[in-house]
Design a protein around this ligand. Structure first.
Ligand code: IMP
Length: 432
């Protein structure tokens, strides 16, 4: 079965958007499988930059069908804005190009308010969420009071579902956070103008469409958001997002069998970044960290926050390979390392005096982890115009070899800039 998962192998922002857009040339269907508009996938096509928060990154290719799976939490206001923006660019002309599962949970403005109130109240212990309402929306799902995408189209059901969803929250808003309460009428009114656009994308038989596509041998790409170390079960809890970011969740979220997946492509940057609070053993709070941020334009595409930057962490990456069953790797932003005299790579942690090379548990342990850094010589050449692997400087090739060998997984794709054409294939991943 030709299902392929593209998963972030670090703390998000690995460049999944670019690589899914590149891979989508070889795909029939691209499915976004978790998270919501906390994600920011930046794509540069013919020099034009598009940032997607919710739409699958295959959407810029008119012949690629795109789908939002039930496990995604959908900010319907943001979704309509993204759809309108794309239409204004002459894209997404055929509404059938995008389908949204009617069992997706919907994010409404009160989810964002709650997310932001909570973060404010946490004060020094903030998670550093994006404030997009992701946590509260997944909480409602688990509490079985979520408003689902399909509920939007029947006003009576919508009103009842909203009333259920806001009952407890209004107590919190009024008595705990001292902020304005919400009314179901307000919510229903605000949703009404969106319905015509949303109805065009409603899918009532989501997993059936996927089953048929997979059975017919169509290539389906499952696009993850955030990254492995932000996974709610296996990441650096509690400094994580509220969904499972791992490859296996592509199946749960979309309603397909694990047997349908035959490749898991892990995407990672040639260095490491993290936004928000939480442990980050290889973080560089110095001129080199600033340089990576500057050269790599490491500012959040959703919140604009500066990203924390550091050396590549092989202990964390090895865990990501295992947790996701990564079969192939894509290394992104290799060009950003040009000009560094030496490049650090974390090959182990020292935790309470013990050398640790393999870790599968990130709870608590990382707080005490001192990174063991090996240095490789850098290179000065600008890589952004390299068109062939043979043109890479010798030291860049050594860096790639070192990382690939340590991870025991092939790096098959290398990205040297944001454009589609700035992609080097070590091995073709898609044979037609
Ligand atoms: P939330 O997903 O908005 O609840 O945020 C929880 C944590 O995940 C915070 O540390 C965020 O900075 C981080 N996060 C959420 N989405 C992304 C992303 O797309 N890239 C990187 N970090 C993210």
């Amino acid at each position: 079965m030709p299902g392929i998962v593209v998963v972030g192998a670090q703390w998000g922002d690995e460049g999944k958007g670019k690589i899914v857009d590149v891979f989508a040339e070889h795909a029939d269907l691209v499915v976004r499988y978790q998270g919501g508009s906390n994600a920011g996938h930046t794509l540069v096509v013919n020099g034009r930059k598009t940032v997607l928060h919710l739409l699958p990154s295959g959407i810029l290719r008119p012949d690629t069908l795109c789908a939002i799976a039930p496990g995604v939490v959908v900010d319907i206001f943001g979704l309509v804005e993204e759809i309108k923006n794309l239409k204004a660019l002459g894209l997404l002309q055929n509404p059938k190009q995008l389908m949204v599962a009617e069992t997706c949970s919907v994010i409404l403005p009160f989810h964002k308010t709650l997310d932001q109130c909570r973060e404010k109240a946490l004060d020094e212990n903030k998670i550093g969420t994006t404030g997009k309402g992701i946590g509260p929306a997944y909480e409602d799902r688990a509490a079985r009071r979520a408003v689902l995408f399909g509920d939007l189209f029947d006003e009576k059901t919508l009103r009842e579902k909203v009333e259920l969803a806001i009952a407890e929250k209004n107590v919190l808003f009024k008595d705990f956070y001292g902020t304005a309460m919400v009314s179901a009428d307000q919510v229903v009114e605000s949703v009404r103008p969106l319905l015509d656009v949303l109805a065009q994308h409603r899918s009532r038989d989501f997993s059936l469409v996927l089953h048929k596509a997979l059975k017919a041998g169509k290539r389906v790409l499952f696009e993850g958001a955030q990254g492995t170390l932000l996974d709610v079960w296996h990441g650096t809890y509690p400094y994580v997002t509220s969904s499972s970011t791992l490859a296996a969740n592509a199946c749960v979220s979309s309603g397909i069998s694990p047997m349908a997946i035959n490749k898991v492509i892990g995407v990672f940057k040639a260095y490491a970044t993290r936004v928000g609070t939480g442990p980050f053993p290889t973080e560089l709070n110095n001129e080199t960290g600033d340089r990576l941020r500057r050269e790599g334009a490491e500012f959040g595409s959703t919140t604009g926050r500066p990203r924390r930057c550091g050396w590549l962490d092989l202990v964390a990456l090895k865990a990501a390979v295992k947790l996701n069953g990564i079969t192939n790797l894509s290394m992104m932003k290799l060009d950003v390392l040009s000009g560094l005299e030496k490049i650090g790579i974390c090959t182990a942690y020292k935790i309470r005096g013990e050398l640790v090379q393999d870790l599968s548990m990130f709870y608590g342990e990382l707080d005490h982890a001192e990174p063991v850094i090996e240095y490789l010589p850098g290179w000065n050449e600008n890589l952004s115009r390299v068109t062939n692997l043979k043109e890479l400087p010798r030291m860049a090739t050594s860096y790639l070899d070192f990382v690939g060998t340590q991870l025991g997984t092939p790096i098959d794709v290398i990205s040297i800039g944001p454009g589609r054409e700035q992609t080097l294939w070590v091995k073709p991943l898609f044979t037609e």
